[in-house]
Design a protein around this ligand. Structure first.
Ligand code: IMP
Ligand code: MG
Length: 180
């Protein structure tokens, strides 16, 4: 396997992430008291965030996973979204919270929200760890947001570049080598 370099510029340290996740967990626990929400993690990037987040959520809840694809191995959003693995349960009448790693254009979430709304959840909100500050976002309202970051490609804490770097405990900026 050829080397694809090392992300060096840390955007969020492990300690900063932990602080953000604790805050979000507390907000969710307060807001969803007595509502037994379903937290839906978007695979694969959102899985580490979900795993940490639910350990900061103090109220009863379920977790589910949804896998969609939109990037096809590039660092720019293709705008094409496909459901690769669907939910295992009905969300009709349930309070649903989508747990997403990073919102870039917002097109992925816009599509998922549209699909999930058709299944008649009691409520549908989004919790995103990161949102990029970009010129033309899709304008998807985020009920919970960890941190806004500059428009750059980032890896670590679940986020990948071609499946690499998901294991990093921090989030770092990454400039892919266009010749590879
Ligand atoms: P959007 O549809 O443009 O908002 O793209 C959102 C999805 O693209 C996220 O769920 C991520 O999986 C992926 N993505 C967007 N930006 C990054 C990044 O900087 N690093 C890794 N994955 C990203
Ligand atoms: Mg993702």
């Amino acid at each position: 396997m050829n080397t694809i370099g090392k992300p060096t510029t840390v955007v969020l340290s492990a300690e900063e992430i932990a602080g953000i996740v604790a805050r979000l967990g507390a907000e969710i626990s307060r807001d969803y008291e007595g509502r037994h929400p379903v937290l839906i993690s978007l695979l694969k990037g959102g899985v580490i965030f979900l795993a940490d987040l639910i350990r900061q959520v103090t109220i009863p809840h379920h977790i589910e996973f949804l896998q969609v694809s939109s990037y096809n191995g590039s660092t720019a959003s293709s705008g094409r979204v496909k459901i690769l693995n669907d939910l295992q349960v009905s969300i009709e009448g349930r309070h649903v919270l989508i747990v997403e790693d990073v919102v870039d254009t917002g097109m992925t979430l816009a599509y998922i929200v549209e699909v999930l709304k058709l299944r008649n959840p009691a409520s549908l909100e989004i919790c995103a760890l990161l949102r990029k500050r970009i010129a033309s976002p899709a304008g998807i309202p985020l009920r919970y947001l960890g941190r806004e970051i500059p428009d750059q490609f980032v890896v670590g804490y679940g986020l990948d570049y071609r499946e690499n770097f998901r294991h990093l405990p921090f989030i770092a900026a990454w400039e892919p080598d266009p010749t590879r």
